[in-house]
Design a protein around this ligand. Structure first.
Ligand SMILES: Cc1cc2nc3c(=O)[nH]c(=O)nc-3n(C[C@H](O)[C@H](O)[C@H](O)COP(=O)(O)OP(=O)(O)OC[C@H]3O[C@@H](n4cnc5c(N)ncnc54)[C@H](O)[C@@H]3O)c2cc1C
Length: 222
């Protein structure tokens, strides 16, 4: 079943990332970390379903998406750039395996941050952020989504890695086994992983080299 909803706010969070706040479909249930099939309710776009993660809290009376746009693909995210408040989205199925299981290290690349943004916001709502850590990989500082929010939430447990810039206070390069190890401690049980496929492969190998069991790695199964 799908619902047509109106966009309340659409704004840029970074040069290429949009924040969309929209009406919550009645009866919608999701847990933090889950995504939905989303289409734009405009001629020729209603069947172009794409997956986007809810970054709102399940208890909110609106929904929010945080969406990296790819103008060169001439696809859905490019079309979103032309929408404004009052335009409509179609929300389809809700799904996703990423869910909070316990304290650990969240490892995200680019827009792969969205399920962890949702989970960390939910943990904050329940005063349960604890000693969770976030390793966030981006190309440049200007690409970091919600840097201030993560800094406020996590303090020194928020570690940024930039591949294309070498700036004081930010690690430079890619996420390595050494960086993961130095961010973990004896109490680290879970590793949450979301990012582009090459990053998922590389970090997956690093976790395996560090002897982390598959059942302690939380990621989408597709
Ligand atoms: C469960 C799930 C949740 C997701 N949640 C989010 C989210 O919350 N926020 C978010 O920003 N994204 C999220 N995504 C990713 C998002 O679905 C895609 O970025 C989106 O579908 C892109 O749609 P599009 O029509 O603009 O691009 P498409 O044309 O559909 O392109 C999609 C992919 O195809 C490839 N591709 C296509 N054309 C080109 C090209 N010209 N050059 C290079 N590569 C190309 C790229 O790998 C690109 O990422 C999620 C994905 C999944 C599976």
């Amino acid at each position: 079943m799908s619902s047509i909803i109106k966009i309340k706010t659409i704004e840029h969070l970074t040069h290429d990332v949009l924040r969309i706040e929209a009406e919550k479909p009645s009866g919608l249930i999701y847990h933090s970390g889950q995504a939905a099939d989303v289409a734009i309710n405009k001629p020729n776009w209603e069947k172009e379903w794409r997956s986007f993660t809810f970054t709102s809290l399940p208890s909110d009376n609106h929904i929010e998406f945080t969406i990296k746009t790819y103008p060169s693909h001439k696809g859905v995210t490019n079309e979103l750039l032309s929408l404004q408040a009052g335009d409509e989205l179609i929300i389809g199925d809700v799904y996703g395996d990423i869910a909070y299981k316990g304290e650990g290290v969240f490892i995200a690349g680019g827009s792969g941050i969205t399920p962890f943004l949702a989970i960390l916001r939910s943990l904050e709502q329940h005063k349960n952020v604890g000693n969770n850590k976030l390793l966030f990989a981006n190309r440049k500082q200007e690409d970091i989504i919600h840097e201030d929010e993560f800094q406020a939430l996590l303090g020194s447990n928020f570690v940024n890695i930039l591949s294309d810039e070498n700036i004081e206070g930010y690690k430079h390069g890619f996420i390595t086994a050494d960086i993961i190890k130095s961010t973990s401690d004896n109490n680290t049980k879970f590793y949450y992983l979301c990012g582009p496929p090459p990053m998922m492969d590389a970090v997956g190998k690093s976790l395996s080299n560090l002897g982390i069991n598959e059942e302690n790695i939380v990621k989408e199964s597709f």
